[in-house]
Design a protein around this ligand. Structure first.
Ligand code: AMP
Length: 299
């Protein structure tokens, strides 16, 4: 099934206890698309400035990612700078430069408009909605959001939530969005805003799916060393949506399996800076870790 993603394509500068990187390839749509491309063909909608290094585009071109919707316009590429400390469960944002991403008026290529699966990765809810409006009859629409937009564009976000089937959100953001500190209560509150399912991500503590009165909880894949958590949430969503799109369905059982693949993809992503770990793996490593995860959960 065709999968379309919109979100940021960024130059990230990141500091973790394991090192520092400057202006490496990042962005919500980048991590999402790369992770999903292990499973299926991805159509990417995004924007970069004239300063976007050609090698980054070339890297994405090596994947099963259609870049016709990645526009290059006058101006500078979106930049994010952040750091992580201690258990590295939350990023501290040090600087956000929206640049060309701030004014982006997407024009979804004609060829992309029949996409059946749509993921609205972290971006302004205004932009997420503009893209959604240009897709003809999607079967599954899932979105992500983050503290930045919950704070600055809450009304647009609430409007968007009425239009989506699923929301993927991290724990702190679920609290920020709903005012509820209990995740079950927060999840229920979110379901009342429109989505049919919600996935609350809890970093190293795994994730929780709530849908139709059911709850499904899975741990994160236990890792000895986390190098850089940047993009974990987007990789999780990419693995999940990529698997769903490849299967062409999203019944509750398939969704549960997809979330395990999402967890596996996130676990690989955090083992290196930027996309370095993804570049070093393929489907066999993903399947192997999936089996390890299933074995770990068996009792
Ligand atoms: P996460 O999966 O939550 O770790 O997402 C990390 C990615 O989000 C980084 O690569 C950033 O470039 C990107 N990002 C940070 N802030 C924003 C923002 N305000 N809008 C869109 N993407 C962002």
């Amino acid at each position: 099934m065709t999968l379309l993603a919109v979100g940021s394509v960024a130059l990230d500068s990141v500091e973790t206890p394991h090192g520092v990187v400057y202006e490496v390839l990042g962005g919500s749509a980048t991590y999402f698309s790369y992770a999903a491309s292990f499973f299926t063909h991805v159509r990417l909608v995004g924007v970069v400035g004239q300063d976007f290094p050609p090698e980054h585009r070339e890297l994405l071109e090596t994947r099963d990612i259609d870049l016709e919707g990645l526009e290059m316009v006058d101006g500078k590429t979106f930049r994010w700078r952040g750091s992580y400390e201690g258990a590295m469960n939350a990023a501290k944002t040090l600087e956000v430069q929206l640049n060309v991403f701030g004014e982006f008026e997407p024009n979804v290529p004609e060829r992309f408009r029949d996409s059946k699966f749509v993921f609205l990765a972290n971006a302004s809810p205004r932009l997420q909605k503009l893209v959604l409006e240009q897709v003809d009859k999607p079967e599954l629409v899932v979105c992500d959001t983050m503290n930045f937009y919950i704070e600055k564009e809450r009304d647009a976000l609430i409007e968007l939530l009425e239009l989506v089937d699923g929301l993927v959100i991290n724990d702190a953001e679920a609290v920020q969005l709903t005012g509820k500190h209990n995740f079950v209560a927060a999840g229920q509150e979110i379901l009342g805003l429109g989505p049919k399912f919600v996935v609350i991500k809890k970093g190293e503590h795994g994730s929780m799916l709530m849908n139709g009165g059911q709850v499904f909880c899975i741990p994160a894949f236990p890792l000895h060393t986390v190098v850089d958590p940047t993009g974990a949430g987007d990789s999780f969503a990419g693995g999940t949506m990529g698997y769903l799109a490849a299967e062409g369905r999203f019944d509750p059982e398939t969704l549960r399996r997809a979330l395990v693949f999402g967890t596996v993809l996130a676990s690989f992503n955090v083992e290196g800076f930027s996309l370095t770990k993804f570049e070093a793996i393929g489907r066999p490593e993903i399947e192997e870790r999936f089996e390890q995860f299933v074995e770990m959960m068996r009792f």
